[in-house]
Design a protein around this ligand. Structure first.
Ligand code: HEM
Length: 632
């Protein structure tokens, strides 16, 4: 029955072979989303129907888009003995101590690319020059500010980084375009390929960060990293007198992850060190018997949960600004019944009614937790970064909510690395935060890749400048191909999306169609993933493409539901009564800013979320309950 359904002419011919592997029930569910996709309107459905569409899609992705890479080598352990987040991410999965720890494989959301194209076809520098190179900075309007841009780098540095090989590769721009390239040739380390023992992918790559949402960006990814950042007194982390990160004798910040740091990123690290230390103080006051270790462990649990919560119900909601996504993200945390019911009765009735957080058992859908190659690729969002950072005067007499006057426009290169740290220490945390709040970040579009990143000094894992500059735009194209990430159309098919058959299916912009034609001819299969994600017509309110969103839909939930500390151990026994209370009472980044800088948002922030441009209008009150809202 399922086989005959999958050969139905209703299904796009290029999706039939994928659907033929589904169960009858899933084939029927696929029919529903495929029907809606053909009409192209899921995002215009009323909230409840939009949620149903997303629910079905997520279910199908959980069944067909989670692939484990590598063996399962871990040991059983006593979960009771490890009721805290370990330094290297071990001992989180209840049945296997290694899953999700530092140095484990990136998983996959689809088999490695089945591409007939070579690593240099078309040459990455040609793609970078003709399709990515920024002509004129395009911003994101009022939707997303520089705090939002730094936030996602902050999260990336919590979750993912590829282990490098010791061998380098050199990319040389072809003669015909070399003059237009900031670097005519450049060298970088290959991604390290490790044999996996898996049938469908002989080699894979390793994640040097712990993929759990465990705050490793401030706590480090292993024992050494953790020791560097702790004071070993009262659970607290190291922080300088001025509230910023401390630095080593070479001027490199001391924090959990310091690769490719810049002022906005290290500011967020400092803010969450403050948060951690404030949690320690609160715990110490309430539980005077706790020693340094106990205070540290509990404060880490609480702070990591605050990070995850802000990302889920504040950052993502601004990234994907629609009522359906607002409802969806709140359901992920609080469930359909909402915060009030959950606060009153606890987690009742399963993931839909009460959310993923607090589930009785972690759920990995039969595939051990990891973050995936495809997840890394859809988070290639360097176009969020502007050319200049706009520093503002917070001592001006501008009245409430007015945009404070500009003091200086600083080239982003000077805000990065050690120079950026010096700037930040002169400016101070408050001026930096208010300035970031008032500046829109870049839009994820073609021809908007930061030009200063096309000859960038990258850092090694210790935050030290590398001798070879790189053209990041070209390198990103190379990286996806090198790692066997499917090109755009294959990627869509694997995500059960309707593939494009002409450039006109991707975009209405004439200029873009012409440029795509110039680089890829008529061959839509050749289109690189990064370019497709940047060129795709966006859903109203979405700062990212729909294709990227479907990976998020799957992985954002997975980061919560697979983690013991967000599910079976999200309780007062593990977090303490007061610790859990702290998480429950913190809803947004604004709450954290208000805690550490009282008065700042009152004076400078007019909008609702600290991630939108601060002088923009607050969200309008609407009296229609969220779930009953009509189509946008
Ligand atoms: C000043 C800010 C930033 C700098 C200097 C920077 C620099 C870099 C560098 C040098 C790499 C390694 C490239 C490679 O070897 O393949 C990288 C990787 C990456 N960056 Fe950034 N980046 C910045 C901000 C951001 C932001 C805002 C995002 C937004 C999501 C982001 C997302 C990523 C991702 C997803 C990777 C791939 C990681 C991996 O290969 O595992 N970065 N970045």
């Amino acid at each position: 029955m399922a086989a005959s359904l999958s050969s139905s002419s209703f299904i796009h011919p290029q999706l039939r072979h994928i659907v033929s592997k589904m169960t009858l029930f899933d084939t029927l569910l696929f029919f529903v989303i495929h029907f809606v996709d053909k009409l192209g309107f899921w995002h215009r459905l009323p909230v409840l129907l939009g949620l149903a569409y997303m629910g079905i899609r997520r279910h199908l992705h959980q069944r067909y888009n989670l692939l484990h890479v590598g063996g399962i080598n871990g040991q059983k352990y006593e979960t009771e003995e490890f009721s805290y987040r370990t330094a290297d991410g071990k001992c989180n999965h209840p049945g296997d101590d290694i899953i999700g720890s530092q140095g484990t494989f990136f998983g996959r959301n689809m088999p490695p690319a089945n591409s007939r194209y070579g690593l240099l076809d078309p040459h990455p520098t040609v793609v970078a020059n003709k399709l990515l190179e920024r002509n004129k900075f395009i911003d994101n309007g009022k939707q997303f500010n520089m705090i939002a841009c730094s936030w996602i780098q902050f999260m990336i540095h919590d979750w993912i980084d590829h282990m490098e090989d010791t061998q380098q590769v050199e990319l040389k721009a072809p003669d015909k375009i070399a003059d237009g390239c900031p670097l005519k040739s450049f060298k970088f380390y290959k991604t390290k390929k490790v044999s996996t023992g898996s049938a469908y992918t002989k080699t894979g790559s390793l994640n040097t960060r712990t993929p759990w949402w465990d705050g490793s960006v401030i706590y480090g990814n292993n024992d050494d990293g953790m020791r560097k950042v702790r004071t070993f007194k009262d659970g607290r982390l190291r922080i300088a007198e001025d509230g910023l990160l401390e630095h080593d004798e070479n001027g490199i910040p001391i924090s959990g992850d310091i690769r490719n740091f810049w002022a906005g990123f290290s500011l967020l690290q400092a803010l969450f060190v403050k948060e951690h230390n404030a949690v320690c103080d609160m715990l110490k006051e309430n539980y005077p018997g706790f020693d340094d270790e106990k205070l540290y462990r509990h404060a880490r649990l609480v702070t990591s949960a605050v990070l995850a919560k802000i990302h889920t119900i504040d950052w993502t909601v601004e990234l994907l600004r629609t009522d359906t996504l607002l409802a969806g993200m709140r359901i992920n945390w609080y469930g359909f019944l909402g915060k009030k019911i959950k606060d009153l009765f606890g987690h009742i009735g399963g993931p839909v009614l009460s959310g993923l957080v607090g589930l009785r058992r972690p759920r990995d859908h039969g595939v051990p937790y990891s973050l995936t190659e495809e997840f890394v690729s859809v988070y290639r969002m360097h176009s969020l970064l502007p050319e200049k950072f706009i520093l503002r005067d917070i001592h001006s007499t501008a009245s409430e909510y007015e945009c404070p006057p500009v003091v200086e426009e600083v080239p982003m290169r000077e805000m990065a690395g050690k120079d950026g740290e010096k700037r930040l220490s002169k400016v101070g945390m408050e001026q930096m935060l208010v300035s970031m709040g008032h500046q829109a970040c870049g839009a994820i579009k073609l021809w908007n890749y930061p030009s200063w990143m096309r000859n960038l000094v990258p850092h090694d894992i210790n935050g030290v400048d590398r001798p070879d500059q790189v053209d990041m735009a070209a390198m990103e194209i190379y990286r996806d191909r090198e790692r066997g990430v499917a090109r755009y159309n294959e990627f869509r098919r694997n995500l059960l999306m309707i593939p494009i058959s002409s450039w006109e299916d991707l975009t209405d912009e004439e200029e873009v169609i012409e440029a795509l034609h110039d680089v890829y001819g008529n061959d839509v299969e050749k289109l690189d993933l990064l370019i497709g994600l940047h060129a795709e017509k966006k859903i109203k309110g979405f700062a990212i493409s729909e294709t990227a969103f479907f990976i998020f839909l799957l992985i954002a939930s997975r980061r919560l539901e697979s983690d013991r500390f967000f599910t079976s151990n999200f309780n007062s026994r593990t977090y303490t009564e007061r610790g859990l209370d702290w998480v429950n009472k913190t809803e947004t980044l604004k709450d954290v800013i208000d805690r550490h800088f009282p008065g700042m948002t009152k004076k400078w922030m007019k909008c609702t979320s600290a991630f939108s441009v601060w002088d923009s209008e607050p969200n309008q009150t609407t009296y229609i309950p969220l779930y009953l809202r009509p189509a946008p």
